[in-house]
Ligand binder design. Structure first.
Ligand code: FE2
Length: 254
């Protein structure tokens, strides 16, 4: 499996505090069957990670993984908040490309409200030649109240990533129900751990795969789609027609 959301780089944000923390996440991920993990530190007002800091953090941690014999590939990235889209140059945003692919940008969903910029973000990001990957919309209460907002983002061209801990219930029943409905409606493209430390949304995707209960779909969400992003290949077709017309119509209020 490939995990395209983690706060594994030490000392940059509210994720791994130090190298020992980072190695613990990497060991747990590898033990869970993760072969590659993207480092996606926060890029936002309270953690204004620069592309230089992210890239040198990746080099530093790669060397430590090698030294420790931990067999997991570390990929670059960033989790960019909406306000940074106006503050960073297009060149810097491209350096935060997800898994090192400058065609994709991981965007953090705000935790409250559904600000108009999220609705406009797809067009804005696409206008400078990148595709937005919207991280964990299922954790936002305004979106939980109207999952049709996610369908609109997908229709505009966004990819959707849900958090593994949302699916397996670690983030509460409302978040779990929203994640499940989005998966069942065929609106999710990726599952990521969003691992911060061993104790906060710990590493691993296998628990979420079990909950999905549809092996080809789970593999598509955790292997095929992230691998296509890593290799910059077209996304493979979704394995089963999970986009149930009735459910989607209900999400859209139709
Ligand atoms: Fe995150």
């Amino acid at each position: 499996m490939i995990d395209l959301h983690s706060h594994i780089l030490p000392g940059l944000d509210d994720g791994a505090v130090d190298l020992a923390d980072a190695l613990e996440i990497a060991r747990a991920a590898a033990a869970d069957g993760i072969t590659a993990i993207a480092a996606t530190p926060h890029v936002r007002e309270d953690y204004p990670t620069t592309a230089d800091a992210m890239e040198s953090g990746v080099r530093y941690l790669r060397a430590a993984l090698e030294r420790e014999g931990i067999r997991i590939e570390l990929l670059p990235g960033g989790e960019v908040s909406l306000e940074q889209l106006d503050r960073l140059s297009h060149d810097e945003l491209r350096r935060f490309g997800l898994a090192g692919n400058s065609n994709f940008l991981l965007i953090e969903t705000p935790y409250w409200d559904f600000p108009p910029p999220l609705g406009e973000v797809v067009g804005r990001v696409r206008s400078f030649g990148m595709n937005p990957v919207i991280a964990h919309p299922e954790r936002n209460p305004a979106i939980q109240a109207d999952l049709g907002k996610v369908a609109a983002l997908v229709d505009a061209g966004a990819l959707i990533q849900v958090t593994a801990a949302s699916l397996d219930g670690r983030l509460g029943s409302r978040t779990r129900a929203s994640a499940r409905k989005l998966v069942d409606a065929g609106l999710v493209h990726l599952v990521g751990s969003d691992a911060h430390t061993a104790g906060i949304r710990e590493a691993g995707l296998s628990g979420a795969c079990k909950v999905i209960g549809n092996e080809p779909l789970a593999r598509w969400l955790t292997e095929s789609v992230p691998a296509a992003i890593v290799r910059n290949e077209p996304l493979p077709p979704r394995p089963t027609p999970t986009r149930r017309p009735g459910l989607l119509a209900r999400l859209l209020g139709g």
